[in-house]
Design a protein around this ligand. Structure first.
Ligand SMILES: Cc1ncc(COP(=O)(O)O)c(C=O)c1O
Length: 350
């Protein structure tokens, strides 16, 4: 089977043009990025511009050192990438062969399937069941016994729920294959999977600076694993995919944990307010350990998403033939953005 092609999402400029508004009026509830500005980033980016005539340091040592300080692991147990996305694709290329089996719970982050199919491997879905879509630990453990790689999204996107330590440990114990824990939202759940890296040779943990650290546009993430696995990723990563400007921004973000913690606290507060506002409209939002909420909207979910888009409110909808057809996912943004969203939903709900 051929690997699927990406379907690029409409840009803010395109959405603004279609809605007849300025791009600043468009509110992206679909990207799970941070609405908190990073004023320190402007100065950092400016400082790094003087070296732009040269390539970034090939081994990204300074960025590895900064991630090592945060994780407590050795720099040899860390490799950076242009976002967790690049590292997901690299894991597929480095560790999956044609005909191998990778498994992932569904619904989940779509890039795992793409990374699996690009490697010529087969994705075995393990469904999580409505209405709560809890992590189906027994089914995953059973399927993991024969899998070459397990994609674990913890906390989960798009559900937003955490995966317990016990569940993760049960999966690791069940398989001789690799377990890739995508911890893109780890800061919001407070779960630090790096301890698992120190204990197990078959665990890779992915982190990103796009969410709680607030620099999605810089494209910086890192993988943590046993040095042998790190060397395998390092040996096939594209040269220089993280620009020298992004390296400086990444280091500054990692060295500034209080800014990240403030963002997490703000998001947690606004997330609870958003959940209550949705409840006041009669809508159920699933409990979330992330910077978004998944909300059951009903059979008109997709058309409501279109109506919201027409007013510059971009939300995440899901395939009409899948388990989330009646759901929309909203990123936690600002209080004023939430007011706009809730009043629009009030108008569009049946
Ligand atoms: C589960 C998950 N993994 C990875 C990513 C991509 O992260 P990055 O911006 O670091 O590529 C996202 C972004 O939404 C995500 O939700």
């Amino acid at each position: 089977m051929k690997a699927p092609r990406y379907k690029w999402q409409p840009t803010t400029a395109e959405i603004a043009a279609a809605a007849g508004m300025a791009p600043e009026e468009v509110e992206r509830f679909d990207h799970n990025t941070s609405a908190t500005p990073t004023p320190w980033a402007v100065e950092k980016a400016a400082l790094s511009l003087s070296g732009l005539n040269e390539y970034p340091a090939a081994n990204y040592r300074t960025l590895r050192d900064a991630a090592s300080m945060v994780s407590g692991l050795d720099p040899e147990q860390i490799v950076p990438g242009a976002g967790a996305d690049e590292l997901i694709l690299l894991c597929g290329r480095a560790f999956l062969d044609r005909g191998d089996t990778a498994l992932a719970t569904t619904p989940t982050y779509p890039l795992y399937e793409i990374a699996t199919l690009q490697a010529g491997a087969v994705l075995q879905p393990v469904p999580a069941s409505p209405p709560d879509f809890e992590f189906p630990v027994d089914d995953v453990v059973r399927a993991a016994r024969d899998a070459d790689l397990v994609w674990l999204c913890a906390p989960s996107n798009p559900i937003g729920n955490a995966v317990s330590d016990d569940a993760v440990d049960a999966v690791i114990a069940a398989t001789d294959g690799l377990v890739v824990i995508d911890a893109a939202y780890a800061e919001f759940s407070g779960t630090d999977w790096s301890v698992r890296v120190a204990r197990h040779h078959n665990v890779i943990v992915l982190r990103t600076l796009s969410k709680a650290y607030g620099i999605a546009g810089a494209r910086v993430g890192y993988a943590m694993a046993h040095p042998d696995l790190i060397a395998a990723i390092d040996g096939i990563r594209p040269p220089g995919s993280i620009s020298s400007v992004s390296v400086e921004l990444g280091i500054a973000a990692l060295e500034n944990p209080q800014s990240m913690r403030a963002t997490v606290a703000t998001v947690q507060e606004l997330r609870e307010e958003l959940t209550l506002s949705l409840a006041s409209l009669g809508l159920r939002a699933l409990p979330s350990q992330t910077n978004f909420v998944l909300c059951e909207v009903g059979a008109r979910a997709a058309s409501i998403a279109e109506q919201l888009m027409d007013e510059g409110l971009v939300v995440r909808k899901f395939p009409s033939d899948g388990p989330l057809a009646n759901y929309l996912r909203f990123t936690v943004r600002t209080a004023s953005a939430h007011t706009r969203l809730i009043s629009a939903l009030e108008r569009y709900l049946p």
